[in-house]
Design a protein around this ligand. Structure first.
Ligand code: HEC
Length: 217
């Protein structure tokens, strides 16, 4: 009888398929269990004891967040620093902060920010990526947006812009007025501040900064 090549043997292919399916299932289950703790939101106790979580708890709004180069990882990462006032307070409780973030999240869905912007990799590229917009230098004390809006804090400047974006053109594309209330704006800014504190492995690279009218800041 002629020797049959292994490549034309049905049993060989059946066995290979079974082994590969089995191996891939185990790998996926392992990856799922490995990922869950990494993407689980931290809490206030972590923040108070300086434990770094990829997704910090809502009370991160009570802290200053900076974006710093991590040489080892080769990209910038959000660094949570000292306490900082957010709308006049640095003692937002876990419940209050979570409620504010929730309001912002619902607002971002109701007003469909993703129709123009990108958030954590989802959305459009018509307008600047919002994942790290809280860290855009334009909103800082010496940045153009505080000067333009006449506000003296980052959060107030952002909230003012969100309520009346068409009043603050930056000679780039303009954001239309979306009928955002003062309360919604507060929630949206909290939502954006929290989002900027998430360690996204340096994504997006060169996050879209608003084209500042004054010295490009
Ligand atoms: C119709 C498109 C559109 C929608 C919808 C929209 N925006 Fe914008 N947004 C823009 C454009 C365009 C700019 C850039 C404005 C400029 O450069 O003057 C902008 C700028 C911004 C900035 C400043 C970005 C930075 O890097 O500093 C923030 C913050 C912002 N938008 C938040 C929001 C939020 C929150 C929502 C949803 C509630 C939203 N936008 C919905 C078009 C939009």
């Amino acid at each position: 009888m002629a020797k049959k090549s292994v490549w034309s043997d049905n049993r060989f292919w059946q066995r290979s398929a079974a082994w590969i399916t089995g191996f891939a299932s185990i790998l996926l289950i392992w990856l799922t269990f490995d990922t869950i703790p990494q993407i689980t939101m931290g809490n206030d106790a972590d923040l108070q004891s300086g434990v770094t979580k990829r997704v910090p708890g809502p009370t991160v709004i009570n802290y200053k967040i900076t974006y710093e180069m991590d040489k080892k990882r080769g990209h910038e990462i959000p660094v949570i620093g000292e306490k900082e006032k957010f709308f006049g307070r640095d003692d937002w409780s876990e419940e209050e902060a979570a409620a504010l973030l929730h309001l912002g999240k619902l607002g971002s869905q109701a007003k469909n920010c993703m129709n123009c912007h990108t958030l954590l990799g989802n959305g459009a590229y018509y307008a600047p990526d919002l994942t790290k917009s809280w860290l855009d230098p334009a909103w800082q004390a010496n940045g153009s947006m505080q000067a333009m809006t006449g506000k003296s804090t980052k959060e107030e400047a952002m909230a003012e812009f969100l309520q009346h974006p068409s009043q603050y053109p930056t000679h780039a594309r303009m954001m239309p007025n979306l009928g955002i209330t003062a309360e919604e704006a507060k929630g949206l800014v909290a939502f954006l501040k929290h989002m900027s504190s998430i360690d996204t492995n340096g994504f997006p690279r060169n996050f879209g900064k608003i084209q500042g009218a004054v010295n490009g800041k």
